[in-house]
Ligand binder design. Sequence first.
Ligand code: PAF
Length: 281
Amino acid sequence: MEVIEKTAILAEKISLLRQAGKTAGFVPTMGALHEGHLSLVRFCRQQNKITVVSIFVNPTQFNDKSDLERYPRMPEKDLKLLKTAGCDLVFLPDEKEIYPETDTRVFDFEGLDEVMEGRHRPGHFNGVAQVVTRLFDIVKPDRAYFGLKDFQQVAIIRKVVKNMQLPVEIVACPIVRECDGLAMSSRNMLLTKTERKKALVLSHTLFKAKAMKDSHTPDSVTAFVIQQINAAEGVDLEYFEIVDGMTLQPATSWDNENGVIGCIAARVGKIRLIDNIEFSS
Ligand code: PAF
């Protein structure tokens, strides 16, 4: 495994590999890697000759400065995990390598950013689109891998790729959960032991909500989830919405050709967590 810090060196290296007929798969990350990221690396390795992983905590996607400062950073541990997982190239740039000049691009997500995460984190998806398109431009991957825990992010990246006609296939991979149901996230390591226990109400309520599907409407399931989370001590619900899997607009029935997803965001102490569950695909 090779670790590269410079954009020009990585681009040159990948270009040579691609000229030799090798396909490149790419897993963009912000580090603090866990089993969820490693599952993306495994999917990537199965489908591509070379696997490139980037580790870059992208400042433009943090609308909350303290969240950026608090974001866990552990590059040495990450590199060990990536080596064991069989990654070929790790891109570990500093901010100047990604943004030699301020990125002033403003993306049009055709409304996908006006709901859920977008409503609660203004500018977040614009920052994600800035960094992802910049990384795609450097790596020029055949395929890029994203986890479905960030369901709205995947929908938005698909939209950007389609609108900009970027030659990359977006591969969405399933949520990886801890044994007790908590969706894996780099932010979980910021939870105290007590907060981690409290955080379980998110996934457990989503599982119960899914079990209610056959006998309840989306509206009554939504009311149930909101009531359960509001009743949980130390957990502040930001939103729970049951949405169409493509438009992200509220779903009024379970029968929907784009799939129906329930998305939740809540703060447990100071830590903001998201999760989701597929009701139908
Ligand atoms: O999902 C993430 O970790 C980040 O949003 C991403 C896609 C690596 C962009 O910084």
